[in-house]
Design a protein. Sequence first.
Length: 250
Amino acid sequence: MPDALSAALATEGLIWLALASFAAGTVRGFAGFGSGLVLLPVSAVFLPPIAAITAMTIADFFGPLPILRRAVRTVHLPDLARLAGAMVLGLPIGVAILITLDPDLFRSAVSVLALVMLGLLISGLRYRGAMTPTLVLVTGGLCGVLGGVAGLPGPPLILLYLASRLPADVVRGTTMAFLFLYDIVLMGVYAENGTLYAEAVWIGLLLAVPNVLGNLAGAAIFRPDFDRAYRVVAYIIIATSAIVGLPIWN
């Protein structure tokens, strides 16, 4: 057995990470977003920043594969192209900032960001202007920077699409496709700068199993007509994960 795999299996809190990964996959399966807001706060309790993001990203990469092909049939291609192009430019900037962060500061920042995002979602605060190509490009750039520095590219995207008039299945498909592309680009950036550590990769592969199962479960219960109910469930799971991730429990 490779040393890195042995170390991954001995990771403190691995069972909690697996449960969080399943919950994250379930949320992603029925809502199309929110998996990072669920898994990363818990991962940050047990893993250093880059390892936590790596493990989450790998689990998040494999998790939606069984349902991605069907989901992306509804992708809004012009938006996806703009979002992805701007994300590629913003992500390395965020990663450069992350490398300098203290682990405790990272853990607090991730949980607080998740709670702030949750508060914005619940409050109903929305962008009311036009969904212009420029706005979509700016959103993609913000997703890249935020994804690089905190492993959470989703919040700007979620807020953008909650303001859109696109059908729920189009939002879900476009969001899932964008986050899938983000996972690929982030791992490429980590590999390029030498921060793609073997142990974190193995942890991610282990977490991919419950993540896949969660995605399948979430997709099985997804019905566009019940979009509001799915959001409420997602909010509860995100809040629980964010609160658990706060350093006040040390």
